[in-house]
Design a protein around this ligand. Sequence first.
Ligand code: FAD
Length: 404
Amino acid sequence: MSSRIHHQLVVIGGGAAGLGVAARMLRGAQCNDVAIIEPSEHHFYQPLWTLVGGGVIGREASRKPMAELIPAGAKWIRDAVIEFRPEQNLLRTRDGLEVEYEYLVVAPGLQIDWDKIDGLPEALGKNGVCSNYSYDTVESTWQNIRGFKGGNAIFTFPPPPIKCAGAPQKIMYLAEDYFRKQGLRDKSNVIYYCATPSIFSAPHYAEALNRQVVGPRNIDVRYKHNLVAIRGEAKEAVFRNTESGEEVVQSYDMIHVVPPMSAPDFVKQSPLANEAGWVDVNKETLQHSRFSNVFGIGDASSLPTSKTAAAVRAQAPVLEANLSAVMRGQQPEARYDGYTSCPLVTGYGKLILAEFDYDLKPCETFPFDQSKERWSMYQLKRYVLPVIYWKGLLRGYQWPRPGA
Ligand code: FAD
């Protein structure tokens, strides 16, 4: 039998977006009845997984108990949402709870579709197949990089949108740097198969990457190729050309796979979704396009920017301002400009800090050319951004903008 409860504000997801927004709404005293629905026992600082996969730090540093991060004053409902009924201001959970709300923030992140690549679920973690895209598999990346003795090292990028569109190439640059330091570079081919037609979405940084990294380090890039199957035992990957449809079979000694991603199924199937399945929000105000008491933020949203925690940091104050205005019966007037950031690790101790907006134009924080590889920006990613994430973003504090 189902039971029914009511909260003024319900936040779905205790990720980067959900925790930050809940903390903001409570701290600003806009609302003192906030419930967070989140099934996971742990919260994961996913931006660290690039450095975990590169052997810089252990995966434990990326994980904290959810109970320690739920903001004081919020009620944690440890359950998963399965259905939305926005006409009735109601949602249903896996454990049979019916939750009524006055205001709703939808932030359940995105879904990783491992099984959309034939043979991948069985092959992961074995026979040279690894991925930074989950806590369970991230250590297999470093095992493969460390154990590589030469041959073909393959890195993939699926059709976007994905979270952190820079992450698929960051791990490749770390691996290539490691192979070089081990004296293995002469006997290895580093090949990047990406479904997109360019190395990075923002042209300013794409040009910088090609000029400073891809060209000089002899990285072989095969554009418009999408991974469709892994033959684990044979150590072969099958790619399909996104234009001609032609199939290419590539043998590998190690392969870092970035799986396809999509909106979570329970969002896709709901009245809140747009045609592509994402939470259908206004790209400036973050308010839902049909239900004015519903807001969306983060990876699950339809916001047409690169899906990152850094983007969440720019979205959260806009959402806070606009949700508070709607609660007061006013119009949402704060505007999000699409700001996102990608700390592009290009080697051990080197990083290009990309920051750009909806127009893919750079909007950089520091008074120097951020498209140049820098040691200082690597230190920012390694030591400063984690502090900003745990102590700033998740607690709902406003910090200067760079990265996450
Ligand atoms: P998440 O943080 O993923 O949180 C979603 C939460 O919703 C989870 O806790 C989940 O358990 C919960 N949830 C799921 N389903 C339900 C349900 N049915 N009901 C209730 N709750 C649910 N970003 C950067 O800014 N910089 C980087 O360098 C960077 N590098 C990255 C590297 C990798 C390898 C990866 C994987 C990501 C990286 N990111 C980076 C992206 C960043 O981690 C995400 O964009 C960010 O976490 C998005 O926040 P979110 O709250 O939308 O989703």
